[in-house]
Design a protein around this ligand. Structure first.
Ligand SMILES: [Zn+2]
Length: 302
């Protein structure tokens, strides 16, 4: 994430030196990319990527992140359409993704999050997080605007609460936060992930019909990825579990396992050196203590 920010800062410095309006236009074009008809990714270089969908019946924005990101996202929307922003959709509860909602409320959008996320947000306020207007319940809810359908798929326990994957049905594009990060090992100490349910959720996403995927974070510069990235992330977790299980079997000292497990297949992935030992700690604890965090199935999941 720091690297991306540095790249953007370096890019901005280069722009100031060149003073070229064409270079400025090129940078702006990289920030907002048309992924499919009416579907755009927004990546301002703060480590977070959002998506918006433009229809003849208004705009749907996904993932506001924080106030300055949300302001940039709204500006990006205004650079391609004057349609009103009808909805702002949250992927899950975490503060680092769910801030900035007020920017869209002020622009007239209705804010939705899954009820599980909504309840957490209500109980855990943050100065940059606006409480959504509605917590939708169940496994699935669709929004249709101007003939474009955006499906909201609740994927259950995996990461955080109320985790929702969005599919723009006709364009076969999905938006995935946190549970898939292309070309990067898992996030630091893998916070708030139930590893077993994470693997299950990824297997379910793999069954969905899509050609392109926009991810909230990415270890590469591409504005979008594909189902192959979902598969590779699932395989990474399973390779990690396999390598840890092999050390358990060998009788390796528990405290040494995070230092001895190496996965050379993934050595080119971002943060491999820095985060792999932390990934091992977290996955190992899940294997040793049992999956956590956990809760009983919700009524609609039974
Ligand atoms: Zn999260």
């Amino acid at each position: 994430m720091v690297n991306i920010k540095n790249l953007v800062m370096a890019g901005l410095a280069a722009l100031l030196l060149q003073g070229s309006i064409f270079a400025a236009a090129a940078l702006a074009a990289e920030i907002t990319v048309k992924v499919a008809e009416g579907v755009y990714s927004f990546r301002p270089g703060d480590g977070y990527i959002s998506m918006f969908v433009v229809t003849s019946g208004g705009v749907v924005a996904i993932e506001p992140v924080h106030t300055s990101h949300a302001k940039g996202l709204l500006k990006a929307i205004r650079s391609v359409t004057q349609q009103p922003v009808r909805y702002l959709l949250h992927t899950h509860n975490h503060w680092d993704h769910s801030g900035g909602g007020q920017v869209f409320r002020d622009a007239g959008a209705k804010i939705l999050a899954h009820k599980e996320a909504y309840d957490w947000m209500k109980a855990n306020p943050h100065r940059d997080m606006a409480l959504p207007d509605e917590g939708w319940n169940g496994k699935r809810k669709d929004i249709t605007l101007g003939g474009t359908t955006i499906e909201m798929h609740y994927i259950g326990m995996s990461h955080g609460l109320g985790m929702t994957v969005f599919r723009v049905a006709q364009q076969k594009v999905i938006y995935i936060a946190d549970v898939v990060t292309p070309d990067r090992v898992a996030f630091a100490m893998v916070p708030d992930f139930n590893i077993k349910e994470w693997v299950r959720a990824l297997s379910e996403i793999e069954k969905m019909d899509f050609n392109k995927a926009i991810f909230s974070h990415s270890g590469n510069k591409a504005p979008f990825g594909s189902k192959a990235d979902v598969i590779k992330n699932r395989e990474f977790i399973q390779d990690l579990q396999g390598a840890i299980a092999a050390e358990f079997k060998k009788g390796t000292n528990f405290l040494k396992i995070p230092q001895v497990v190496k996965l050379p297949k993934y050595k080119k992935w971002a943060m491999y050196q820095e985060w792999l030992p932390m990934n091992v700690w977290r996955v190992m604890l899940d294997m040793y203590m049992g999956p956590f965090p956990w809760r009983p199935a919700l009524a609609f999941e039974k």
